[in-house]
Design a protein around this ligand. Structure first.
Ligand SMILES: [Zn+2]
Length: 96
C-alpha cells in the first residue's frame, strides 16, 4: 500500500499517522419563498424549458452541481497546515 501525501507528494512512513481530509461541496438547502400566485401560475412553458436545458447538460457535470466530495490523504505536516488554515477561516465564517 503506498502512503503518499496528496498535498506535498511525499511518502509517509508506516511509523507516521496518515490523515484524511474529506471535502463536501453541495448546495445549501434553503426554503423557497413561494407565493399563492407562483403556485397558481401556469408553469408549463418554464418546465419545458428546464427539461430542455437539463437534457443538454452533461450528466456528470449536472451531478457535480448537486454534490461533490473529495478525500485527500495528508501527512502530519500538511494536516497541521490545513488545520491552521481551516481554523482561521472558521473564525471569520462561524458555523452556527
Ligand atoms: Zn504532506
Amino acid at each position: 500500500m503506498n502512503r503518499i501525501c496528496h498535498n506535498c507528494g511525499r511518502e509517509v512512513g508506516s511509523n507516521e499517522q496518515l490523515y484524511v481530509l474529506r471535502i463536501e461541496l453541495f448546495a445549501k438547502a434553503e426554503p423557497l419563498e413561494l407565493t399563492i400566485d407562483d403556485l397558481l401560475a401556469d408553469h408549463t412553458a418554464q418546465i419545458e424549458k428546464l427539461i430542455e436545458e437539463m437534457e443538454a447538460l452533461d450528466p456528470e457535470e449536472a451531478s457535480d452541481e448537486v454534490y461533490e466530495s473529495y478525500n485527500f490523504e495528508l501527512c502530519p505536516e500538511c494536516r497541521r497546515r490545513v488545520h491552521h488554515l481551516l481554523k482561521g477561516r472558521a473564525k471569520s465564517h462561524k458555523v452556527q
